[in-house]
Design a protein around this ligand. Structure first.
Ligand SMILES: CC(C)(COP(=O)(O)OP(=O)(O)OC[C@H]1O[C@@H](n2cnc3c(N)ncnc32)[C@H](O)[C@@H]1OP(=O)(O)O)[C@@H](O)C(=O)NCCC(=O)NCCS
Length: 174
């Protein structure tokens, strides 16, 4: 692999980064263009870094989302690592490792004293200092499976949900 360098992402890099993103996770779905514009605007100008080769070609990129976390009643700035993608032909050569270390350094410079991420691969983030600190479990049932519970032989029929349970919590992210 050629000489790797990290630098801030600028607006003109966004099409190349979106192309890497789409080749990693598939094309943007409905509303995806708006989402991409929003997360780019949130992190351009210091919170989005790229790894480039000697000809300044973008090989990978990642973002630091500006979050907060409450510790003992104090709100601390927390960098949310997101959007880590590496050009498929450049994988396996340390691009993501270079990137995550640069992102950690940048978070220190920005005053983000805590950081979080959802790891697709633990090894990559462990080597930059992260460890699994907890899990967030989300279980989704198809409605017809719940309806079928009542007719599944000896099983007890499902209890009727209290109307309050069916309401959306105002703090639930949309
Ligand atoms: C995951 C990804 C970012 C890794 O990029 P990379 O530049 O190849 O990573 P590195 O070369 O720095 O490898 C770092 C370590 O991560 C681990 N790793 C890399 N790719 C991996 C994969 N696909 N599955 C499991 N572990 C992987 C390896 O342990 C590797 O270390 P090793 O080669 O010494 O064993 C890249 O494969 C990618 O863009 N994938 C698609 C998008 C994605 O999943 N992003 C992560 C979001 S959390």
């Amino acid at each position: 692999m050629s000489q790797l360098r990290t630098r801030d992402v600028v607006e003109s890099d966004l099409p190349a980064i979106l192309s890497i993103r789409n080749r990693s996770f598939g094309p943007l779905g409905i509303g995806g263009e708006d989402w991409w514009r929003r997360v780019s605007a949130e992190t351009l100008g210091g919170r989005m870094l790229a790894v480039v080769d000697e000809s300044d070609r973008v090989l990978g990129a990642g973002r630091i989302r500006p979050f907060e976390q409450a510790w003992g009643g104090r709100h601390l700035r927390m960098g949310g690592l997101a959007g880590v993608y590496v050009e498929p032909s450049a994988r396996g050569a340390g691009v993501a490792t270079t990137l995550t270390r640069a992102l950690v350094t940048r978070m220190g410079e920005l005053g983000d004293v805590v950081s979080c991420l959802f790891p697709t691969t633990a090894t990559l983030y462990r080597r930059s200092g992260y460890e699994i600190g907890g899990t967030q479990t989300r279980t989704t049932y198809a409605g017809h499976l719940l309806r079928d519970v009542g007719s599944a032989g000896a099983g007890r029929p499902p209890a009727q949900a209290h109307p309050w349970c069916a309401r959306r919590s105002p703090t639930m992210p949309s």
